[in-house]
Write a protein that binds this ligand. Structure first.
Ligand code: HEM
Length: 493
């Protein structure tokens, strides 16, 4: 037993030696020969981690460095500290493979767009799925956006009369989940009305273990993962997640075959699942490919939008002048009936809301950090990161660059006025990443969150019931608020 346990550490030790050799030559916070930089972060909650990385980055920038290395138990992560340095990895058309931490999600999402390594398979899937996000197609999702947002507003209305504090985060989350399941798979999960849905709980549980593993490197050891009982939970969630999607796909395929569902002729007008089923018929995708992509969209498409929309509410709650300006702009565009449906055409007129959302994503990016694992050596600002090394692209760190964003902690939507934007490197702000592996759902997400916010802000004035910094951004796969988004809602009309 002991020998089996010890042998599981051999690959880790080999990697450790290699990473230590090159990591030592790079600028970064002082590192212990064994633990690396784990000391200051071990045992911290995910809500306390952002400050550590942001401060380390600021110290390195003040020393004139544009990259930093962070060493965690023998794995080196190289962090570009500004947009210009990040361009080396973001623009690379060859170094687009995902980092080590993504492995955890592989049994669920492996083979899908998000996790798939660069190559012909990724390229052809990306090309095939792009029509689902075509501008013309996005207009077709508005009925779902509006209907689900109205359900959320109805549910939140109950709190106006009681004057009680409500954490709006789970309400936004269930709304976003209903929207993505209806647009991606053409089915209603009804998470807004059915909180105990097994699928909803499995998504949550699986992600929680993922976060635990990424910040507790000892859990990456298969033996410890099994012995602590996490493996059994992991398998259970995975089973629920895969089974659910497989069942939905099977039912939708059967409905196609029986003629129960009339499928759009134009690919541009199909929902994601229908689009993929049409490719299955043409032998371009297998049923497992479809399952992986549907799961990928479900995962990538709801937590991120929830984070962005919820934090935007928080920022507006704490900046009532900004909230009032957003409200007035909405009134001008939609008139004073708060139940008027939002249209694609009208959303384009909300320029101030657009700046508010950008500033909100700058100050609290929904995806705080992501990784690439190099297949070849890569030069970043004069430093060579060897093949096999990890590069961390962190919107959280890039967006808090005090050399680019004066007083970065200040919420100021005017940073996104065109004159201000033109002064920066385009990659100093990239909540959706950029380059060949940017977010395919970017436009979908922006429209979705704007529709949700239009319904919320036209119906309620949002007032915070906790200090601005008392709910913190948690450094997880997707940024969550440590104490939710606790607010009081005052009915507008
Ligand atoms: C505010 C909302 C969102 C944010 C901030 C966001 C951010 C990102 C980021 C940073 C990446 C790069 C991840 C990486 O390379 O590791 C990404 C990729 C991706 N996103 Fe999003 N996302 C959002 C919404 C969505 C939505 C709504 C969908 C789908 C409906 C989606 C689908 C994807 C997919 C499939 C990829 C992988 C693309 C590829 O590698 O080709 N995302 N997203």
């Amino acid at each position: 037993m002991v020998l089996i346990y010890l042998s599981t550490w051999i690959p880790t030790l080999r990697k450790f030696r290699r990473h230590w050799r090159y990591g030592n030559k790079m600028p970064g916070p002082p590192a212990h020969p064994i633990y690396g930089n784990l000391g200051p972060i071990v045992g911290l909650n995910t809500e306390d981690l952002p400050a550590v990385f942001i401060n380390w980055a600021a110290e390195q920038r003040d020393k004139g460095n544009s990259i930093m290395r962070v060493m965690l138990l023998g794995t080196v992560y190289v962090w570009p500290l500004n947009g210009k340095a990040a361009a080396a990895i973001v623009d690379s058309t060859t170094e687009t493979n995902k980092g080590d931490d993504y492995e955890f999600f592989s049994p669920w999402l492996g083979g899908g767009l998000l996790l798939e390594g660069y190559g012909e398979r990724w390229r052809s899937h990306r090309k095939m799925l792009t029509p689902a996000f075509h501008f013309a197609k996005l207009g077709g999702y508005f009925e779902v956006f509006n209907n689900e947002a109205k359900i959320m507003v109805d549910l939140l209305s109950d709190f106006c009369d009681s004057g009680k504090t409500v954490d709006i985060f789970p309400y936004v989350k269930r709304c976003a989940l209903d929207i993505i399941s209806e647009t991606a798979m053409g089915i209603k999960i009804d998470a807004q009305m059915n909180h105990d849905h097994k699928y909803v709980q499995a998504v949550e549980g699986f992600n929680k273990i993922g976060v635990l593993v990424s910040f507790n490197p000892h859990l990456k050891n298969p033996f410890i993962f099994w012995a602590t009982g996490y493996k059994a939970q992991y398998d259970d969630y995975l089973h629920t997640l895969k089974n659910f999607t497989e069942k939905v796909i099977k039912e939708r395929r059967a409905a196609h075959e029986s003629g129960e569902i009339e499928v759009e002729k134009s690919k541009r007008m199909m929902n994601f699942l229908d689009l993929m089923l049409s490719m299955e018929e043409a032998n371009q995708l297998t049923s497992e490919d479809i399952r992986q992509e549907v799961d990928t969209f479900m995962f990538a498409g709801h937590d991120t939008t929830t984070s962005s929309t919820s934090w935007a509410c928080w920022n507006m709650a704490h900046h009532p002048d900004v909230q009032e300006k957003v409200y007035k702009e909405m009134m001008e565009v939609f008139g004073d009936d708060p139940s008027t449906d939002i249209t694609l055409e009208n959303l384009g007129k909300l320029n101030y809301l657009d700046r508010v959302l950008k500033e909100s994503k700058r100050i609290i990016p929904p995806v705080p950090a992501l990784q690439r694992k190099l297949t070849n050596d890569l030069e970043i600002d004069g430093y060579t990161v060897p093949a096999g090394g990890n590069v961390t692209i962190s919107p959280m760190v890039l967006h808090s660059n005090h050399l680019v964003f004066d007083n970065p902690e200040k919420f100021d939507p005017d940073r996104f006025l065109p004159d201000e934007v033109s002064k920066r490197h385009p990659y100093d702000f990239m909540p959706f990443l950029a380059g060949p592996r940017n977010c395919i759902g970017q436009k979908f997400a922006q429209l979705n969150e704007k529709v949700m916010l239009c319904h919320i802000i036209r119906n309620f004035k949002i007032e915070p019931t906790l200090g601005y910094k008392d709910t913190k951004q948690c450094l997880e796969v997707v940024t969550k608020p440590s104490k939710g988004i606790p607010v009081r809602l005052v009915r507008k009309i």
